[in-house]
Design a protein around this ligand. Structure first.
Ligand code: SF4
Length: 341
């Protein structure tokens, strides 16, 4: 395992016979709290320990940036190469009061959602906890120079996070660790396309993370058309798992609904969505689809009308603002472009 994926106790075991065990806490703090870009920056470590770390792991991050793009609206998109040269995308969304980072959990994705560039490119492999965490620390290191830091984290980049459950949960706990980044669990959102068994499993964890469920349609027939996962876990099974999650955790679920013109954006579908969610602890995030995904985006008045109908049903609703459209910021676009080149 790369040292970035280890907790202090695990670093302590790795250090056994190499150096004093108390160095484990120092190393963890350098890696996570200070987000150093090289082992040589760990100035309170003996030189031979630094040399050992360099020999064993090369760099504190098991990835390197290949492309960095900045949008006119400030959104930054990074394409990282992992040690096996596979690539993943990460997006930073700076706002006045917060910096949200959207990270990847898999190379490609097996879920095959029809509107998603990542889904179309197929599944390659899971990321390790170190590779997931490294995306955060690399960007944190970059922000340090601007005296800024990541305030919110969303597991919504390439891949289905709950299909890489162990590594995702380990990375959440590493990033939540008080000797490290210490990012509050309530500032972390894990998204899923609807893996019902893992939603139930997540409910059992002692974590205060937010859960976002991609819904995108109100009937099984429509949802199966764009999200093949619905054939494994149809709406009734998905909602039973979501109900279990809110009962168990007391936390509301954010339902993501990508609006596709002529497919799921009618007033009748808005009313059906309202009926499906009535009485549930939830919030709906409407996402006018990125036309680059091959589908047509609804007109703005249609989006507003959809939101109005939900609000009239007392469903909390927001409309996601498009960011970074000039830099291929939709999930998987930049990687797909690089693969084509
Ligand atoms: S939308 Fe998410 S779950 Fe669906 S294919 Fe894309 S990355 Fe995978």
């Amino acid at each position: 395992m790369h040292i970035l994926g280890m907790f202090p106790e695990e670093i302590k075991s790795w250090l056994e016979r190499r150096t004093a065990p108390f160095r484990a806490g120092q190393i963890f703090s350098w890696l996570h709290r200070h987000a150093v870009g090289s082992f040589a920056e760990m100035t309170n470590l003996p030189k031979d320990t630094i040399a050992e770390l360099e020999r064993a792991f090369g760099s504190p991050w098991p990835l390197k940036p290949v492309t960095v793009r900045t949008s006119a609206d400030g959104t930054e998109k990074y394409l990282f190469a992992l040690e096996d040269q596979a690539t993943v995308e990460t997006v930073l969304i700076p706002e006045e009061k917060r910096h949200t980072l959207c990270i990847s959990t898999q190379v490609g994705c097996a879920m095959n959602c029809s509107f998603c560039a990542t889904g179309q490119s197929g599944f390659v492999r899971n990321l390790s906890a170190a590779e997931i965490t490294a995306q955060v620390l690399w960007v944190q290191n970059r922000l340090k120079a601007r005296q800024q830091s990541i305030s919110n984290l969303v597991y919504m980049g390439m891949g289905e996070p709950l299909a890489n459950y162990e590594a995702v949960l380990r990375s959440v706990r590493l990033l939540n660790h008080e000797q490290g980044v210490n990012l509050g669990a309530r500032r972390i959102t894990i998204s899923t396309c609807g893996l019902a068994p893992q939603i139930r499993e997540l409910a059992e964890e002692d974590l205060q993370v937010n859960l976002a469920v991609s819904l995108h349609a109100v009937t099984d027939a429509e949802r199966s058309q764009v999200m093949p996962v619905n054939r494994r876990f149809p709406l009734a099974e998905l909602f039973a798992a979501c109900h279990y999650y809110t009962e168990r955790t007391g936390r509301r679920i954010s339902y993501e609904y990508a609006l596709i013109s002529g497919f799921n954006d009618s007033a009748e579908q808005a009313r059906s969505l309202g009926r499906l969610l009535k009485g549930r602890l939830c919030h709906v995030n409407l996402i006018p689809i990125n036309p680059a995904a091959g589908q047509k985006r609804p007109a703005e008045r249609r989006v507003m009308e959809f939101a109005r109908i939900l609000a009239a049903e007392h469903i909390p609703v927001s409309i996601r603002k498009e960011r970074g459209s000039d830099i291929d910021a939709a999930c998987g676009q930049l990687r797909q472009r690089q693969l084509q080149e």
